[in-house]
Ligand binder design. Sequence first.
Ligand SMILES: Nc1nc2c(ncn2[C@@H]2O[C@H](COP(=O)(O)OP(=O)(O)O)[C@@H](O)[C@H]2O)c(=O)[nH]1
Ligand SMILES: [Mg+2]
Length: 265
Amino acid sequence: MSRESAPAWAGQALVIVPTYNERENIVRLVTELRALPGEVHVLVVDDNSTDGTGALVDEMAQNDAGVFVLHRPGKLGLGTAYKAGFGFGLAREYAYLCTMDADFSHSPSSLPALLDLAAADADLAVGSRYVPGGKVVGWPRLRKLISHSANWAAHVFLGVVTHDCTAGFRCYRRHVLETIDLDGIFSTGYSFLIEMAFLCQRAGFRIAETPITFVNRTQGASKISKIEIYKAFYTLLRLRTRALPWERMIGLWRRRADRKLPAGK
Ligand SMILES: Nc1nc2c(ncn2[C@@H]2O[C@H](COP(=O)(O)OP(=O)(O)O)[C@@H](O)[C@H]2O)c(=O)[nH]1
Ligand SMILES: [Mg+2]
């Protein structure tokens, strides 16, 4: 698409950027996003970063009506940060709700292509490392192995067809987030991404991937922990067991118990 004319998504896109201690990255990232064509708005969801990230964005928001900050009281997890961001975007008129990391692993210059894809052809567009043309630069071998294993397991155990279902560079059309039961999502951290990919596929939404080059951060530190990696595999297990009969029996039993409660309880 020519960048001369206004893109189809112009004035309708919000990018949600969860942050925890991203002081070295956040000002440049927000500045670059705001300089993109199509008047993309930016929402930073900051979990009371101890390095002052939240205050830096407050200052930017005071001078730019297209920049917003949600302050949360402490580190509550990547998944719940996305959810808070979706709530913010859905309460306003945005038609496209994107997510990306603050550390430049996702390049702002790739965002228009992601939005183009969502506007043209997809309910959920994913910036993917694992389709032809996609790349990972600067990750240690172990990190690559963990990421590939999570995607392989999601494919084998859950039948997820998205090649990069742990990617945080995404664009959801508004109706996707209005349809999916966001309150029913149990993952609070990184595995939220796997759960959302699974739920979007199960709901029958069109998911498309566009290749990106993911570059490991050069500033600040990664927040992923061993616990998050274990949780991702627990998420796979938990989503898998949804298909088992005893999960349905528990659901039935819960519904019956709810019916027995007197009104108002
Ligand atoms: N608000 C919020 N942001 C988080 C949290 N954990 C990670 N992030 C942000 O999520 C993005 C991805 O995290 P990162 O540490 O780069 O993960 P990695 O690239 O997988 O190593 C970054 O923008 C982080 O600042 C959290 O608990 N709360
Ligand atoms: Mg990162």
